[in-house]
Ligand binder design. Structure first.
Ligand code: EPU
Length: 335
């Protein structure tokens, strides 16, 4: 364990230079008992994956555990499926490439999402018509209090849009150690999402492979989203809000071009569209800015502090609410 103020600048994709009191790199599951003891002595603790969905607004007064558990193992297969276990600290994109290069289908639409494998079920990451819950078979986690390992089936994870049991009932109580993915040997490619179809046409591809879809997604992401290795950001800062049909009917009358999707709970609105319509694309507050190509993404444009980003986020929420009466909920964890 490393103690004394320890800088987290390299451990969050907003690149915010905040300190924590102590820091442990969890490299091996044999350390779990030691980690559990350290957590019980700390004022508070935080398990970090890639730090790609977090905004630090101040120093972290507690223990940070960086999940560095590594390894990808084939654990089962049948004529249709492959069951791959990935340890929680694997970089998500490394896992996606492993699947794409072996022609295992299911995660290609989720290419290039920053972060680690262990974070994917927490947030139920999603992009281009696919959510990770579609491929998750089970999640194994360590219970900090009882020091036992448990495995939850997909259904037990209570997945929803950017939601799971790990954000609620099990928050701060567990450490995800591994995820088993059920991938397909004969995939049905999901290319219905408009921009993927357009990108494949631009690439002159008529019968796409898994790798073609992955390459298309990478090209789209690189054209619209800031690379966190260069510009600090945490992907979509807000969730796409879901409104009732009654609210939607009123909004679409006054804003006929409102970008939206069907949703089981009502109608999902494109938050990026709402923000752009408020004239906020490229808007800056101190060193923080609304990304100029995707308004749902806030960036650390020029030595912003976490407080600058939070003030900008609040301004975006208030402006959208004043114009549309729709409340945007933050997707990023603010600490
Ligand atoms: N739009 C605008 N202006 C903008 C941004 C978007 O008008 O500045 C419009 C687009 O034209 C489109 C619609 O809004 O009609 C949706 O935009 P996009 O396809 O870029 O997706 P999104 O709904 O803004 C979601 C995810 C992203 C994911 C993309 C692609 C959430 C919160 N975000 O964004 O996920 O990559 O779909 O599927 O659901 C993330 O969660 O960090 C993330 C990047």
């Amino acid at each position: 364990m490393l103690a004394y103020p320890f800088s987290l600048a390299l451990f969050n994709t907003f690149k915010l230079d905040v300190n924590c009191n102590s820091f442990i790199s969890l490299d091996n599951i044999n350390q779990l008992s030691e980690v559990s003891s350290a957590i019980k002595k700390a004022p508070q603790h935080l398990i970090l994956g890639g730090g790609s969905n977090i905004l630090f607004t101040k120093n972290y007064d507690g223990l940070v555990i960086k999940n560095n558990l590594k390894g990808i193992t084939l654990i089962n297969e049948d004529t249709q499926h492959i069951y791959l276990q990935a340890m929680a600290g694997e970089w998500w994109q490394d896992f996606v490439l492993h699947c794409v290069n072996n022609n295992y289908g299911g995660v290609e639409n989720l290419s290039l999402i920053p972060g680690t494998v262990g974070a994917t079920p927490i947030q139920n990451i999603g992009a281009y018509g696919v959510e990770v819950k579609n491929t998750i078979h089970s999640v194994t986690f360590f219970d900090i209090e009882t020091e036992q390992l448990h495995t939850y089936t997909n259904a037990q994870c209570e997945f929803g849009y950017r939601e799971s049991i790990f954000k609620h009932t099990l928050k701060n109580k567990i450490i995800i150690t591994a995820v088993v993915f059920k991938l397909t040997k004969h995939p049905q490619l999901n290319t219905k999402y408009g921009v993927i179809a357009e990108q494949l046409i631009a690439m002159h591809i008529t019968t796409p492979t898994i790798k073609d879809v992955s390459d298309a997604v990478i090209a789209i992401r690189q054209s619209k989203l800031p690379n966190p290795a260069i510009t600090g950001n945490a992907g979509s800062f807000f969730k796409n809000p879901v409104v009732t049909h009654a609210v939607f009917d009123t909004l679409i009358t006054t804003h006929p071009t409102l970008s939206h999707y069907a949703d089981v709970k009502g109608v999902k609105l494109a938050a990026g569209w709402l923000i752009e319509q408020c004239g906020l694309k490229g808007y800056t507050h101190n060193g923080a800015a609304v990304h100029s190509k995707q308004a749902l993404v806030l960036i650390n444009a020029n030595n912003a502090t976490g407080t600058d980003v939070l003030a900008l986020a609040t301004h975006v929420q208030q402006t959208v609410y004043a114009k549309f009466g729709v409340q945007l909920e933050m997707e990023v964890n603010v600490l």
